[in-house]
Design a binder for this molecule. Structure first.
Ligand code: ADP
Length: 675
């Protein structure tokens, strides 16, 4: 076995690999960029080498620097994690040339699967079933369109070099073909430097079921069952599970054997995943093979009790597979939820910011958190915005799913917008509980999953925010009194406002999406002689509140109903976490400048840092509400900005190729005057 390895990655997967390596007594070298100087993976490693600038192309993707770091530290092998260089055959060649073991498959296997179209040709020959489609070399738009006609709409355009759902477009009808092709090609060039496309029949209600395979260098192979990754947004996985619900033993064996056949057709060694689309009639089609450890590998670990990173290390060191097929047992059910910095209510727009408040559920036999961040870390524009993976296990699907929902409720993040509440809604949605899964799940259940309240909130939440503010004021005044000359003066006590001949205290809160501040009147209640019982008046509601604040934990009683909640207070920006809800508001303290409360103008500002891809209209040209005006790219994804009203663009402030910062005004828009 190796004594020292280098991990050519960052974030949760680097930490994940280090954990297993350390357990096996292997020393670990981390690498890092300027942005990751203080990152968790650097702290966890035994030593770390600086690679370069924050952008991956200046650090994690620079093959020579990674190889040099391994040589300089005496590492014998390199674990690539996923993403970055993990499926880069030139990197594997460089490892081979430098005498470093690559913890992954041989060059030939990566090359065979690197292109979706070449992979399809190989699988066709090996007799693995394929989705009908065109994966040839002739790339003329006319031919691709003719092939689409032949296959029959809807079709799916896919970048052959693609991954992570990028460079992919569904085309419903011939009229949309040209624009979709251009857009997919653009995304593919930016993302992968290659815009070769293939065309496939678009299946209407498929499930995404993938098989984990493992092969050793002695030619042995096993499959470690399947994962169902049907729940996706923008073709990216959101919640994964193992085993796939409703899978018969016969189908499992059939798909497992097809997956092994696929791996063996390319002389595979190490951990790999063969992805299939499973149709309603149980027919299945090869989609692609990922020649690395997958993000969602932990669900397989939970149901098999195996450590896949340990397997990878052993196989890379030339050892045989730790287990034979008949020794592998599937037990219980596991889910993984991907916790992302993103806004589900804004089409999953990636978010950036500081993880100023971060609390994770307690880990135990049932709950596992794979993460690479600590409280106070930045989620930057440079890398994938995944914050963590929450993995749960239990004896059966139903119990595992309630554990998932519960653990999601305990995941508390403020400072950065995340998808935790969305994931919780998903875990609690009846159709998900009934395992009525397919890749269109999220779109089909939009009404159930997205915030349909239009910004309305329960008055109880505002009462809780008021209670927090009162207790916080109380704490501050006590502290002030202790510092003063006369600590026992009644004038310092909370309730000072009462003595001040001012029986009502006004609290003001700014709520997201609301123009006017919400005003709450508070009076001390004399009901029980309890001086910490207040009566709060919000709009038409009057509620009695009392409670206790310890750190971020608020023990609250509202109208006699006791609840224990948590409050993140980031400079008076409050986030309340109740077991079911998350509520944000800004406490407008009278001593503070309240200008921040002005609404930002609607959508003609850049939603995030990124660059301008293309301008779609001419200044002065009449456009209708909803027409696409320009395309921006951020975090390797395209975002189209549309006209908010009928009108015209008077001026664009940026040109294609320009970099823009979040919040920058992109264009001047004039709405058509009503006649
Ligand atoms: P990527 O490499 O970008 O992840 P994949 O080829 O793995 O792309 O496809 C990603 C997802 O897109 C699949 O999980 C599935 O939801 C959907 N998909 C891919 N091919 C098809 C198809 N032919 N019909 C319907 N959905 C598809």
């Amino acid at each position: 076995m190796f004594r020292k390895i280098l991990i050519a990655n960052r974030g949760e997967i680097a930490c994940r690999v280090i954990r297993t390596a350390h357990r096996l007594g292997i020393r670990c070298v981390a690498v890092y960029s300027d942005a990751d100087r203080h990152a968790l993976h650097v702290k966890m490693a035994d030593e770390a080498v600086h690679l370069g600038g924050a952008a991956a192309k200046d650090s994690y993707l620079v093959i020579d620097k990674v190889i040099a770091a391994a040589q300089q530290t005496g590492a014998e092998a390199i674990h690539p994690g996923y993403g970055f260089l993990s499926e880069n055959s030139r990197f594997v060649e460089a490892c081979d040339a430098a005498g470093l073991a690559f913890i992954g498959p041989p060059v030939g296997a990566i090359e065979a699967m690197g292109s979706k179209s070449a992979a399809k040709s190989i699988m066709e020959k090996a007799g693995v079933p394929l989705v009908p489609g065109y994966h040839g070399d002739d790339q003329s738009p006319e031919l691709l369109k003719a092939e689409a006609e032949k296959i029959g709409y809807p079709v799916l355009l896919k970048a052959t070099a693609g991954g992570g759902g990028k460079g992919m477009r569904i085309v419903d009808k011939a009229a949309d073909f040209d624009q979709a092709l251009a857009s997919a090609k653009r995304e593919a060039i930016n993302g992968f430097g290659d815009d070769t496309m293939l065309v496939e029949k678009y299946l209407v209600k498929p499930r995404h079921v993938e098989l984990q395979v493992f092969c050793d260098s002695q030619g042995q192979g096993v499959y470690l069952f399947e994962r169902d990754c049907s729940v996706q947004r923008r073709h990216q996985k959101v919640i994964e599970e193992a085993p796939a619900p409703g899978m018969s033993e016969a189908l499992r064996a059939q798909m497992g054997e097809a997956a092994l056949k696929a791996a063996q057709a390319i002389g595979y060694v190490g951990a790999g995943t063969v992805e299939f689309l499973l149709d309603v009639d149980d027919s299945f089609f090869f989609m692609e093979m990922n020649t690395r450890l997958q993000v969602e590998h932990p669900v397989t670990e939970m149901i098999t009790g195996e450590d896949l990173v340990e397997w990878q290390l052993k196989v890379a060191a030339g050892e045989p597979l730790p287990k034979q097929q008949q020794e592998l047992q599937l037990q219980g059910h596991a889910f993984e939820a991907r916790i992302y910095a993103e806004d589900p209510d804004q089409d999953f727009l990636p978010a950036t910011g500081n993880l100023s408040y971060l609390r994770t559920p307690e880990e135990n036999r049932h709950v596992r958190v794979d993460t690479g961040v600590l409280e106070g870390d930045e989620v930057s524009i440079y890398y994938d915005p995944m914050i963590a993976k929450l993995i749960v296990w239990d004896q059966d699907r139903e119990t595992a799913l309630s554990r998932l929902a519960q653990a999601l409720g305990e995941y508390r993040i403020a400072g950065v917008t995340t998808n935790t509440r969305f994931l919780k809604k998903l875990a609690e949605a009846a159709p998900f509980q009934q395992a009525d899964l397919d890749t269109g799940f999220i779109e089909r259940h939009e009404q159930l999953l997205f915030d349909e309240t239009g910004g309305s909130y329960s008055p109880n939440l505002l009462a809780l925010a008021s209670l927090y503010a009162l207790l916080k004021l109380d704490q501050e005044r006590r502290q002030e009194a202790q510092r003063s000359q006369d600590p026992y003066s009644p004038w310092h006590g909370f309730g000072g406002w009462r003595l001040n001949n001012n029986p009502t205290l006004k609290l003001r809160f700014a709520l997201p999406g609301q123009e006017e501040a919400e005003e709450v009147s508070v009076e001390a209640s004399n009901a029980t002689g309890n001086k910490n019982l207040w009566s709060v008046q919000l709009a038409q509601h009057k509620l009695l509140v009392e409670g206790r604040l310890e750190g971020d934990r608020l023990e609250a009683v509202v109208n006699g109903h006791h609840r224990s909640i948590h409050v993140a207070d980031l400079d008076n920006q409050l986030t309340l976490f109740t077991p079911d809800e998350q509520f944000s508001c800004q406490w407008l303290r009278p001593d503070l400048d309240n200008h921040e409360f002005e609404e930002a103008s609607a959508n003609l500002t850049a939603p995030m840092n990124g660059s301008v891809v293309t301008l779609l209209v001419e200044p002065g040209q009449a456009v209708s509400k909803g027409d696409a005006l320009m395309v921006m790219e951020a975090m390797k994804m395209e975002h189209t900005l549309s006209a908010p009203e009928d009108g015209q663009v008077e001026e664009f402030f940026f040109a294609a190729g320009d970099l823009v910062s979040q919040g920058a005004e992109l264009l001047k828009f004039a709405a058509t005057e009503e006649a």
